[in-house]
Design a protein around this ligand. Structure first.
Ligand code: CDP
Ligand code: CDP
Length: 249
């Protein structure tokens, strides 16, 4: 086909998908697209609007009337929508920030709160929500040249991606990483036990839902990252990608 390659990165919460995907994209001059951010943006909107999270019809209606945008770079600094031009920082190894807009409002920070994290899996399990977001994700990747991370990228969104990675780590390690993240962001401390429970519950919901549950695609390469640095994981994925390209895929 005429489209450029796609790298799909799936896995459970806190496995390092977004950190790694962002860096791989920067190193290879590809666009990075965080599909979890889209489900989070919908969740934030639902919470703002006061619609019950169990009211699937009302949520479907809300989604159909809303516009979600993932923008590479700072919006104020003239960032570029992924469906428009490629970012100006091509082949720079400094990852560009990703701004998340819903109905024109910048919610990049708001979508990372524990309140959003606690409800996002329930909303991501709804058929109409997934249908709308998957459609948009396919459109974003239509011309290829993207690294996309999520739960169903290799299985549903781009089942023919040139490279599929399934990134995992133990619940304990993922909770430890989240705790460090919170500390670095100057957030109040949360116990490891609480974080482990939250991560475990989200994994359960994401893996057991009826529509597009989290699972490793048959042809995905699984990387268990407990004992790997971010750099090692990025390096590994870039090697796998180069091997795929040179073997003619
Ligand atoms: O970064 P973190 O692992 O916390 O999660 P995320 O990637 O931001 O995704 C948040 C939630 O969105 C997940 O727990 C899933 O419920 C949902 N999601 C999904 O269902 N499908 C995707 N492709 C991406 C995220
Ligand atoms: O997107 P996802 O929820 O899968 O994970 P993330 O938010 O990218 O990463 C969670 C944390 O793990 C970040 O603070 C990373 O710096 C850290 N980390 C990692 O991503 N990979 C490693 N091999 C080691 C640590």
């Amino acid at each position: 086909s005429a489209r450029k390659p796609i790298i799909a990165i799936d896995g459970p919460a806190g496995a390092g998908k977004s950190t790694v995907a962002r860096r791989v994209a920067a190193e290879l001059g590809l666009l990075y697209l965080d599909t979890g951010a889209m489900y989070r943006a919908v969740t934030w909107l639902v919470q703002q609007s006061g619609v019950e999270i169990s009211d699937e019809a009302a949520i479907a209606e809300l989604v159909s009337q809303s516009e979600i945008e993932l923008v590479q770079g700072d919006v104020d600094a003239g960032g570029t929508a992924p469906h428009a031009l490629m970012p100006s920082r091509l082949h720079s190894s400094t990852p560009a920030p990703l701004t998340v807009l819903i109905n024109g409002q910048d919610v990049t920070r708001e979508i990372r709160t524990p309140q959003v994290s606690a409800q996002v899996s329930a909303i991501a399990a709804q058929g109409e929500v997934r249908r709308a977001l998957v459609k948009q994700q396919k459109e974003y990747g239509r011309r290829g040249g993207v690294v996309m991370d999520g739960r169903d990228i290799g299985t549903q969104v781009f089942p023919d991606a040139e490279l599929k990675i399934f990134l995992t780590a133990s619940v304990q390690e993922r909770a430890r990483r989240r705790q460090l993240d919170l500390k670095e962001q100057g957030q109040p401390e949360v116990s490891l036990e609480t974080l482990e429970r939250a991560i475990f519950e989200r994994d359960q919901k994401d893996s057991s839902r009826k529509i597009s549950p989290l699972r490793k695609a048959d042809d995905a390469i699984e990387l268990v990252t407990d004992d790997l640095t971010i750099e090692a994981v990025v390096e590994k994925i870039i090697c796998l990608y180069r091997d795929r390209l040179s073997s003619g895929l």
